[in-house]
Design a binder for this molecule. Structure first.
Ligand SMILES: [Zn+2]
Length: 280
């Protein structure tokens, strides 16, 4: 089952990488290039958790046919693990691929990698503290990326949005001066690097007219944050529709809540069960 992430080298081969939006690009890896080595065997439980993260986020409506989750390789911080290009609700451990931080597949075996994988590689490069990256197009969050209305925490389950103070930052692909930026998708290393710079040290950033990224220290915490980022956006949209000033969670309240994060596993175990039941 975990054979796919344990293979050592890539030598002379030609691969075709298909993107999440159906685009394709060709990549050549020749024997002249340094062989990429795997970070080594991975605990099957981690692969199962990663696959579960995809299915949970799909079942919760955070990701649909697209969106992806990655985890840094536990044996080598310069590698990460992420599913091949596949509908998230269908992901199993056998679909997990390994990449270096330039987002080059270690041993693709003919599988397609997602086009926006540079989001993950460049954030892992910029943020040694980050172990998990989630990219989604969660629909209630997008309005806050295309208006002047800031996304800030409005209830206790989403205080992580306020870590760093003020509003969640918004990255605009137009800030990257290269032709690929016109297509909105993060499909080059330069775009990923630019997004990582906007994210800075925070746990969440929005992508203008596109979606968001959520980063964290492990899978359950990061999945929870992705879910409550969407819930917070829904609540804030509802509050704004009522009119009048909104009382946001203050930076001081955010700091107080984050000192006592609560039982993360309670939600994680429930969401896994619900996703499994939904798949039957
Ligand atoms: Zn995207």
């Amino acid at each position: 089952m975990i054979r796919s992430v344990c293979i050592a080298a890539v030598a002379a081969l030609s691969i075709v990488i298909a993107g999440s939006a159906g685009h394709t690009v060709s990549a050549q890896a020749t024997s002249a290039q340094a062989a990429l080595t795997s970070g080594g065997p991975v605990d099957p439980a981690l692969l199962e958790d990663l696959a579960s993260a995809y299915r949970v986020l799909a079942n919760q409506g955070i990701i649909d046919g697209y969106g992806h989750v990655s985890v840094r390789h536990p044996g080598n911080p310069n590698r990460y693990l992420m599913s091949r290009s596949l509908g998230p609700a269908l992901v199993t451990p056998a679909d997990i691929m390994e990449f270096d931080l330039d987002s080059t597949p270690i041993d693709p075996k003919g599988r397609n990698a997602v086009l926006e994988r540079f989001i993950h590689g460049e954030i892992f490069k910029a943020r040694p503290d980050v172990m998990v990256v989630i990219h989604s197009h969660a629909p209630s969050v997008v309005p806050f990326s295309i208006t002047n209305v800031p996304l800030r925490p409005v209830f206790h389950m989403a205080t992580l949005l306020g870590v760093g103070g003020g509003a969640v930052p918004v990255w605009d692909s137009r800030s990257v001066k290269e032709p690929a930026a016109a297509a909105l998708l993060v499909r080059t290393p330069a775009m990923g690097k630019s997004l990582a710079a906007t994210l800075g040290k925070r746990p969440v950033a929005l992508l203008r007219g596109h979606g968001n990224v959520v980063v964290g220290p492990n899978i359950p915490v990061t999945v929870r944050q992705a879910i409550y980022t969407e819930v917070n956006a829904k609540l804030l949209l509802a509050a704004l529709s009522l009119g009048g000033p909104v009382t946001y969670v203050s930076d001081e309240e955010t700091a107080a809540v984050e000192k006592t994060p609560g039982d993360v596993m309670r939600g994680w175990e429930l969401w896994k069960r619900e996703a499994a039941l939904a798949a039957k």
